[in-house]
Ligand binder design. Structure first.
Ligand SMILES: Cc1ncc(C[n+]2csc(CCOP(=O)(O)OP(=O)(O)O)c2C)c(N)n1
Ligand SMILES: [Mg+2]
Length: 358
């Protein structure tokens, strides 16, 4: 059944980097800065993959393919706005000001990666699918009650929209008119489950109708369209018009995590077909075609990104290894009885020569 309203995908540059929409409100300098960030983040993501393969970090969830959505959204926010993301949203956090070595430390199991710097208004990444959507509603509602001029943005995946938390969050935010922007990153897959098996709705955006909130669909690989959309949506949400649901249509370029092998479940031609319009190559084509950047600039940006990422790796590896026992720290101020017992059992195992790594 068709929804009452259509949710067309907003797009400004197509897969080939051709201008097909209105670019107003985005300057050449902003685009150059976006491109520099996209390349730096892609370089970091690919390096993290290699570090995992070399045994230098543990499991890592890549964000390649989703950089334009994450950077485009955060670029449209104000400094005091909240960001609540998942394990795949390090690009958003990095652009907001979290150090680039944090995702590496996170995959080393280091608790420092959960200590978001005071200058960044964000929660640590969430691994429990969809839980951060409710946290964002709480933060937004609280800001409203305190009369603060700030909105909360939450990132989550297509799979997360099947969780009860997603629906509870949209309902509560709608009833309370909480200033929250829900950003669904529809990367087409929830590990091995394709979107076609995830939901029977035609779009994620149409779910906004049920909660009587604004809903829009945007090409998540087009940073210009994402940035413009979020600027407009954030202005309305900030003005007290209630929450909004943004569906960013994108594609997970590689595996779910370094522990996954998508060749076991993805059609063999799919990645080749859908990766053509990926966000970094797309913006590069546009910048080249429009004469905003040239080949020498691209080389310089690549070199600088590599140096920046080298530095991040060096910093991450300079941290002393964290003891496994730190899993018991930093969640509760006072450990619960069952956790105290588990910690005691863990210590005993370590004393007997097992259980401790590094
Ligand atoms: C509550 C909960 N159930 C199951 C899992 C296991 N799990 C980890 S990632 C994932 C798929 C999530 O897919 P999606 O929301 O589309 O996000 P993506 O990984 O594509 O960014 C699942 C089921 C989990 N982490 N939390
Ligand atoms: Mg997904």
């Amino acid at each position: 059944m068709k929804p009452d309203k259509e949710f067309p995908i907003r797009r400004v540059i197509d897969e080939d980097g051709q201008l097909v929409g209105d670019r107003s409100g985005v300057t050449d300098d902003e685009l150059k800065e976006f491109y520099r960030w996209l390349v730096t983040l892609r370089t970091l993501d690919q390096r993290a993959w290699n570090l995992q393969r070399q045994g230098r970090i543990g499991t890592y969830p890549p964000f390649s393919g989703q950089e334009a959505t994450q950077v485009g959204v955060v670029a449209a926010l104000d400094r005091m706005d909240w960001i609540c993301g998942s394990y795949r949203d390090w690009a958003a956090l990095a652009y907001a000001g979290v150090p680039l070595y944090y995702p590496l430390l996170n995959s080393m199991g280091h608790p420092v990666s959960g200590n978001i710097p005071d200058s960044v208004q964000a929660l640590p990444v969430q691994v429990v699918i969809a839980a951060q959507i409710l946290h964002a509603v709480g933060l937004a509602w609280s800001a409203k009650l305190q009369g603060q001029d700030r909105v909360a943005v939450t990132f989550f995946g297509d799979g997360a929209t099947s969780q009860g938390d997603f629906h509870e969050a949209l309902n509560l935010a709608s009833v309370m008119k909480a200033p929250v922007i829900f950003v669904a990153q529809n990367n087409q897959w929830a590990i091995s489950v394709p979107i076609s098996r995830q939901m029977n709705s035609q779009t994620i955006a149409q779910r906004s109708l049920a909660y009587n909130i604004e809903g829009v669909r945007v090409d998540g690989n087009d940073i210009i369209a994402v940035f413009q959309t979020l600027k407009e949506v954030a202005a309305r949400v900030r003005a007290g018009k209630g929450p909004a649901l943004v569906e960013a249509v994108t594609y997970r370029l590689g595996a779910h995590t370094t522990a996954d092998d998508p060749t076991r479940y993805r059609p063999s031609d799919e990645e080749a077909r859908l990766s053509h319009g990926e966000p970094v190559a797309r913006l590069k084509r546009y910048l080249l075609g429009a004469g905003i950047l040239g080949e020498e600039d691209f080389q310089r940006i690549d070199d600088e990104a590599k140096a920046t990422v080298d530095e991040a790796v060096k910093t991450a590896e300079s941290y002393p290894k964290s003891a496994s026992e730190t899993v018991f720290d930093h969640v509760y101020q006072d450990l619960t009885e069952p956790l105290k017992q588990q910690r005691a059992a863990f210590r005993q195992r370590v004393a007997e020569g097992g259980g401790q790594r590094g």
